[in-house]
Design a binder for this molecule. Structure first.
Ligand SMILES: *Cc1c(COP(=O)(O)O)cnc(C)c1O
Length: 389
């Protein structure tokens, strides 16, 4: 098959391409809400599913299908379902695969909106969630109930880059009859393929590294054809599907995925090593550093450390804000996965809604800063940080 025959960087450029009657080289953007039929009989066959083909862009669209096939090849998945955003991907996974009375075990170190989704939306519809440590496999096992249907995690976590053992948690999930879903946003398939390690579902916020240039929102859910049936059914009925324009942007983004991820990782490692030598930095969190508590596990399940570096500045919030306010080039924004390096103070932005006690328990100190290392020269990033340090 296509997937086994070629390397990842080749698949990222060539997998999923379908040419129209015009034989275009780069994929076409099909900006059309609906599709026409040759006859009444053909329309009827399409609607009952007797004949494959497009009907309406909420159901399928050729540009979106090309993106889905390409990302499926990269993750080694049977099927990919593209969504309007990363949160739509997580919502569609939950709504497609869970029902009232089900229970979820989730890592406590996941994206803030994902925590809200489990605690408010899913709770309202009768799905309860227990949050456990990302790194404590025994805690996941202990949290399982007879009605546990889903394990949900992100690795590396945000902002502390904790590493969850995907293979170990996949084994626990299987033993308990639950599915394991991994939000692979920080690594992308270029650095980590959760399905190979035993996960059942991979989720993406394509908004981040899959685009890689901070342009559009999108998401994806990947897994077996059987599991994706429920996810796709939810999307087709309720509508948070990916637009053709955004799918086209992601197709172009994927073509440079390996080059970009290698450069993000190399830059992040260099920056993390430099930060470790700065006298006003108390601690650096980066999976590619030997000082990271799960360095060995990270290097086993990831191809490299990725582009996210966090560090604790001595002097708390005041010192951390001084670093941010003395930058001239870095973008002060909570986003990441961009060519532009971003800097965030989690305690007062992404994690501000959590109580100070819970934040302290999660290890997110007032002096913590998170850098989404972009593709600028590392020396320029260092100089920009050095002023405030
Ligand atoms: C940004 C992000 C999301 C949400 O994605 P959107 O595209 O913003 O909806 C989910 N998970 C992780 C890890 C993210 O960083």
């Amino acid at each position: 098959m296509f997937e086994n025959e070629y390397q990842l960087e080749t698949l990222a450029i060539r997998a999923g391409t379908q040419r129209s009657q015009f034989h275009e080289h780069s994929e076409a953007m099909f900006l059309t809400s609906s599709f026409v039929f040759d006859s009444a009989a053909q329309a009827a066959k399409r609607f009952v599913g007797e004949e494959p083909g497009n009907i309406y862009s909420r159901f399928t669209n050729p540009t979106v299908s090309m993106f889905e096939e390409r990302l499926a090849a990269l993750e080694g998945a049977e099927q990919c379902v593209a969504t309007a955003s990363g949160m739509a991907a997580i919502l569609a996974t939950c709504m497609g695969l869970l029902k009232a009375g089900d229970h979820v075990v989730a890592s406590q170190s996941i994206f803030g909106s994902t925590v809200n989704l489990f605690n408010t939306v899913m709770k309202k519809f009768g799905v309860e969630t227990t949050f456990v440590s990302a790194t404590d496999v025994a805690a996941w096992h202990a949290a399982v109930r007879p009605n546990t249907k889903l394990f949900f995690l992100e690795t590396p976590s945000n902002p502390l880059t904790e590493i969850s053992d995907i293979a170990a948690l996949a084994a626990v999930a299987k033993q308990c009859g639950a599915l394991l879903a991994v939000d692979n946003c920080f690594c992308t398939p270029s650095l980590q393929r959760p399905l190979d390690l035993g996960a059942d579902i991979v989720i993406h916020s394509a908004t981040k590294y899959l685009d890689g240039q901070g342009r559009v929102l999108g998401g994806a859910v990947l897994g077996s054809r059987k599991l994706m049936e429920g996810v796709y059914g939810f999307l087709r009925t309720t509508g948070p599907t990916m637009s053709a324009f955004n799918a086209w942007v992601f197709l172009k983004g994927l073509e440079t995925l390996k080059l970009r991820m290698d450069a993000h990782s190399a830059g992040a490692l260099q920056l993390a090593q430099w930060l470790e030598q700065q006298p006003n930095v108390a601690r650096v969190f980066y999976p590619g550093l030997p000082s990271h508590p799960q360095h060995a596990l990270a290097m086993k399940q990831q191809r490299s450390g990725g582009g996210i570096v966090a560090f604790e500045v001595k002097g708390g919030k005041e010192a951390a804000w001084r670093v941010i306010d003395n930058t001239k080039m870095l973008s002060i924004t909570a986003n990441l996965g961009d060519t532009r390096t971003t800097i965030t103070h989690p305690a007062t932005t992404t994690h501000a809604r959590i109580s100070p006690e819970a934040r302290a328990a999660a290890g997110i100190g007032d002096g913590l800063l998170r850098i989404g290392v972009g593709l600028e020269a590392v020396i320029d990033i260092q100089n920009d940080l050095a002023r405030g340090l």
